[in-house]
Every structure is written in structure tokens, then in C-alpha cells.
Design a protein around this ligand. Sequence first.
Ligand code: GLY
Ligand code: MN
Length: 391
Amino acid sequence: MTDDAHAGGPAKGAAEEREPSRPSERRRERAAQRLDEVDAAGLVAFPSRNLQYLTGFAEEPGERHFFLVVPAASAADPEPALLVPALYETQVREATGVAEVRTWSDGDDPVAATRDLLADRGLDAGRLLVDDTMWARFTQDLRAAAPDATWGLASEALAGLRVRKDEAELAALREAAAVADAVVGDLRALGADAVGMTEAALADRIAERLTERGGRGVSFETVVAAGENGAKPHHGHGDREIRAGEPVVLDFGTRVDGYPSDQTRTLVFGGEPSEAYAEVHEVVREAQAAGVEAVEPGVPASAVDRAARDVIEAAGHGDAFVHRTGHGVGLDVHEEPYLVAGNDRPLEPGMVCSVEPGIYLDGRFGCRIEDLVVVTEDGCERLNRTDRGWE
Ligand code: GLY
Ligand code: MN
């Protein structure tokens, strides 16, 4: 910022005490402090969930160079800056509140613009953290723009911030979960009408309902996995028709204010399932309840996995539970904390995670039951509340 920019503005002391006006501004300040704690000079994000977290601006990555630079709080010039394609200028100024927005136009050299920005901020020779998901072509260009810098991953500084959700984030996650719950109700109401539909047709129906009930899009490819397809945990959906009396794994979500839902129910349409399936369903339901029961602050993430897995192992299906018990949920549908063997990170209030044990019997069927929970001061709150039965 130039001296001119201060002329007539608030005194420096007043500016320092000013409350950040947007959640993303507060997050940039905390990120800047974290950068000092991890001995990094700054971070560079590109269109990603990290950029959305730090600016409020959501965009898919594209071929044009689009960078957010956040210097450490102790930097000589700690003001964050954006370098964006010129066609985005108005959008990012309105959406982000980032004071410095530099642009480059089609036909310009974006690597030169990047080099200038990093050099102007004294970041061309420090340790820089880049977005974990940044496309390789952009990390290569950053290396070319700052050949003397050393590199790490942005999650070093950001994962610890993003893992605990603030009230605005929790409100969005609760609402997104409520939309998904309502759509589970719609699916149960379909009953025998679902028999004969293809998995893909039912996935389309789910997407329509999610939007009608207030969600925005789907938060990941909808899983409608009928019969033997249910034994593939991330089957997606295809042309297979749904038959009466077979289990169908239904795993879907939407977004509200950018935050996703992710829940699974396994339902049987138009009849009763086999006795073998009904038994498996009951084991998964007990395992899911045991997992949720284990969620409380201070408990290692791995203990939740153990609690759910114990139930499934005791029923003789340990080998058929082929994934971790859960994952954190925030702007990314899968993020820390992972509820998995070996992750002894203690759970903390404000963390949100899925609890989703399953049993997958190749060539026969699958069963998964998934709810999101938020860790509270003395236990957890389920965000998904609909019945967990197959009916
Ligand atoms: N749906 C199970 C997992 O990805 O963890
Ligand atoms: Mn999940």
C-alpha cells in the first residue's frame, strides 16, 4: 500500500484494532499468524477450497494463472494480494475484500506478473507454501518466478484452521444436512415406484429434489448402487435397474452456502430383503451407533474407527469393511480429521466428520450407513437425523 492510500484514512492504530468485516478476512489474518508459526514466508493459493476459505470466492481451476498470495503476519508488507486474469477483476474485488488486486490480460506473460508480485512482496527467496491441489503447471511456473524460494504445502498452515468449523460454517453444514435428510424422506416415499428405475434415473431424481429443497447442485457424484453394485463402495450410478427387495446404497449430498452434505442410507424398495441382508444391515446400524457414541473431545480419531470396526469384526465381517470409518467434512467433502487406524489426533469441539461403516460382500450386496456429526464440548451432535433402517 502506498503512503497516498493512507492519506485521509484511519490512523494506523485504529486500522490495526478494526474488527475484520468478513469471515474470510479473519481467516486470512489467522492464516498469516500460522505462517509465522510454521516458519513460512507466505502461501500461494490458486482456485481451490483453500482460496474459497481465505477469500469467500469460489471458482473452478482453469488454464489461466490465478493466485492469492498471503504473506506471513511478520512480513514487511503483510497485506494479501490477488493476481487474477483481467476478466475476473470486478468479481474478485466485490467478493473478496482483498485490497490489492493485480491483473494480467490475455496476451500478457502471467509468469512475469507473478515474478513481479513475489519480488515486490519480498517473497521471492523465502519458504512458500503452495496449495496442496495446485496443478503442476502452476507450481512449475511459481518455481520459475521465484527460483530461490523453497516450497511446502499450504495444509501445513491451513489444515489446523479449517478443521475446526466456526458458527457460520456449522450453520451451513446443518442446513445442507437437513436438505439431504429431507430427500431421504422423498426416497422412502417412492417405495415400490423406484422398482424398475435405473440407478441413473434415481440419481437424477435425487439431484432434482436436492435443488428443490434448497441445496445447490450435488456435492459429489451421487451413489445409487443397486444389488451387487452396492459391494463397490464408490460405485456411482449406471444403467442397472432397481429390483424389488434388493438393497440400494444411496450416498449423496448437496451444498448450502458452499458447504456440503454427505450421508448414506441403504434402502430396500418394493419388498422385504433377504434374511442375510437384514442381518448385515443390523450389524452396520450397530457399528454406526457405536462409532457415533465414541465421538467426543479428546478421543483419538482412530478410537472412533475402532469402536465401529469392533462391532463388524465381532459379527464376522471384518474383512468386508474395506474403508476407514469416516472423514472430516468442510469445504472439501473429504478432509481432516480422518477416522482411521493410526490417526491418533484427538477430536476437538467444532470438528465435523462422517461416521460411515459399511459391509461389502462382493457379487451380492453392500450396506453403508453414514451421518455427519459435529464434535461438541461434551460429545457430539448428529447433523443427520433420519431413520437408519432399510424400510
Ligand atoms: N465413503 C468412504 C470413504 O471414502 O471414506
Ligand atoms: Mn462420506
